[in-house]
Design a protein around this ligand. Structure first.
Ligand SMILES: Nc1ncnc2c1ncn2[C@@H]1O[C@H](COP(=O)(O)OP(=O)(O)OP(=O)(O)O)[C@@H](O)[C@H]1O
Length: 571
């Protein structure tokens, strides 16, 4: 319910349209009742051959009420839909703003399919909250109270029948169907989430499924999942239609009762016969807006669970970004990075990926991180980049704890090439401008030449995920992007793993020339060229097992030396 309160708060930003929708809704409802009441009265009066001017007044009133009703109905639709679309767009923006800082932490717990189902499907479900849950009961109540009050002047019994009908159609029947719906609604959302996950997995893995000839099997699974979802949805819609029909049935019974009791009262002389048709017509009209009330609890439940699902992600304590920290202008000089007795485990992992590690990377130094696959090298880089949070200990940027610095300030001062780098659909230029949108063509062409990509035009197309580039070209483009970015800390995670030895050497030479005085942290699997490094850190199972310069480690004849011998024997 707390989530729904937050949605209401967001909704109330559109106070003006909401108020106008309620006013127009009330005018439309009450003029509709008045229109039918006047028609009923006109029919009865006409039978008594009244003076001509009475008929003229009555027919004019009917026509006028018809016009008012149509105008007010139009106004209600206009303002309620305008409010709904603005509310939906506010909701989307709010959730995007809430989720954006949670990336990449968000993907540790939620799959992209699930997130898509929530952001698209659940936000979409919330459109019903305003249109069918929030304002219609207010309009209905206002119209009903006014009508029953009016009817009570003619007959208290008929007013009571209408009241009973009102309670039945707005409370008893909806409550009955709510119980049935509550079970179904949860299932539909679950199935929608599951289907969304299946679809995204299918799309992402399409090529591999084809290569492993599993496309057919996966397709069948997808169709089965879709069938289940459709079945649940159909069941839900049948339930909605059923409850609406029952509600409609009750309202006609109420009108029959009004007619029967009215006729009895007329026969007993307790009600003037001229008003009977009017009261029956009123009872037929006043329940019109009550019909959608049958589905009120269904939409209420749907909105409640959609709001909860959205806030569950946005406020999930497991994935909150560290931040809320004020951006800090980090000094424009090479930083010293020191890690003091840090410990870190991935969420849900019982073992510590980094059990207890201390390390200093002096300002302006070049450090290489080496070690077996899975020894925690990339994790260490992610901790320095604040893409993951240390659970114990502290990391310092110069003398400032990372805990007090917002992640964006760190990224601003860092040139990063990760193992996998995303290339965007567009041109080479678009992808390079990501580093700094003030770059001119000359600077970009120079960077391309430095990574041996001088043959690529800046206007050349890059397809989705850089599919039209080779693995090595993608890596070089990512390096060019890093070269063009401002920053004094270089974080390179196996930046040249897909390159041939000659290109690799050439690129490292450029990188080392550019690093000049900056702090560099490089993860590498290959052990040659490490002579240029100020220190080499050898990691194993999240621990530092050896550290020193290339010559110190070779002299020590320890872990690094053994790795070097092994590498030589393999070449
Ligand atoms: N997102 C993650 N969630 C859970 N565990 C992870 C995650 N990323 C890495 N790990 C685990 O943490 C450990 C260290 O991984 P990490 O990627 O840091 O190793 P690495 O030394 O960089 O390996 P490689 O050289 O193969 O890139 C591994 O056991 C890995 O399974």
């Amino acid at each position: 319910m707390r989530s729904l309160q937050k949605i209401i708060k967001l909704m109330l930003l559109e106070k003006k349209d909401i108020l106008l929708a309620i006013i127009c809704g009330f005018v439309a409802g009450i003029s509709s009742v008045a229109l039918f009441a006047a028609s009923g009265y006109l029919i009865s009066k006409a039978a008594l051959t009244p003076p001509f001017y009475t008929l003229i007044i009555l027919t004019s009133a009917v026509k006028l009420l018809g016009l008012i009703k149509a105008g007010a109905k139009y106004g209600e639709r206009l303002y309620s839909h305008r409010a709904t679309f603005t509310i939906l767009s506010n909701l989307r923006i709010t959730f995007f703003e809430k989720l954006e800082p949670l990336v990449p932490h968000l993907f540790r717990k939620y799959t992209s399919g699930d997130l898509l189902a929530r952001i698209v499907g659940d936000v979409e479900s919330l459109q019903n909250f305003f249109l069918r849950v929030f304002y219609p009961p207010i309009v209905l109540l206002l119209v009903f109270i006014s009508t029953v009050f009016f009817a009570s002047f003619y007959s208290a019994a008929i007013a009571v029948i209408m009241l009973v009908g009102f309670l039945l159609t707005t409370i008893a029947i909806p409550a009955l169907f709510y119980l049935r719906q509550a079970k179904l609604s949860g299932k539909v959302k679950q199935e929608r989430g599951a289907l969304s996950i299946e679809v995204t997995e299918f799309m992402y893995g399409f090529r591999d499924l084809k290569l492993f000839q599993q496309l057919q099997t996966k397709e069948t699974q997808l169709l089965e999942q879709s069938e289940t979802y459709l079945k649940q949805q159909k069941q839900e819609n049948i339930n909605k239609a059923y409850s609406q029909s029952v509600n409609g049935f009750i309202t006609s019974i109420v009108s029959w009762f009004v007619l029967a009791v009215g006729a009895y009262l007329v026969a007993n002389g307790e009600l003037d016969g001229i008003f009977l048709a009017m009261l029956v017509m009123i009872s037929l009209t006043v329940f019109e807006p009550a019909a959608p009330m049958a589905v009120f609890p269904i939409y209420m439940e749907e909105s409640k669970s959609a709001a909860t699902r959205l806030y569950d992600v946005a406020e999930d304590p497991d994935i909150q970004a560290d931040d809320g920290k004020m951006p800090i202008e980090l000094l424009d000089r090479a930083p010293e990075i020191s890690l003091q007795q840090i410990s870190f485990s991935y969420m849900g992992d019982w073992r510590a990926t980094i059990p207890d590690l201390s390390l200093t990377i002096p300002a302006g130094s070049k450090t290489a991180l080496i070690g077996a696959s899975g020894s925690g090298k990339s994790t260490l880089l992610q901790l320095i980049l604040k893409m993951q949070q240390v659970q114990v200990g502290e990391i310092h940027w110069n003398n400032q704890s990372l805990a007090t610095i917002d992640a964006a300030s760190i990224w601003q001062q860092t040139k990063v090439v990760l193992q996998e780098n995303h290339l965007f659909y567009g041109t080479i230029r678009d992808n390079l401008l990501l580093a700094d949108n003030q770059l001119d063509d000359q600077q970009m062409e120079k960077a391309l030449a430095e990574v041996n990509l001088g043959h690529l035009a800046l206007d050349a197309n890059v397809s989705e995920n850089g599919e039209n580039l080779s693995g090595g070209e993608k890596q070089r483009l990512a390096i060019a992007r890093a070269l063009l970015k401002k920053g004094n800390l270089w974080i390179l995670d196996e930046p040249t793993s897909s390159l041939d030895a000659q290109t690799e050497q050439m690129i490292y030479q450029h990188i080392f020339e550019q690093v000049d005085g900056d702090t560099l942290l490089l993860v590498s699997h290959r052990l040659y060229g490490l002579e240029k490094m100020d220190q080499i850190i050898v990691m194993d199972h999240g621990n530092i097992v050896e550290s020193g310069s290339y010559y110190e480690l070779m002299e020590k004849r320890g872990y690094f030396y053994q790795m070097k011998i092994l590498e030589r024997s393999l070449l």
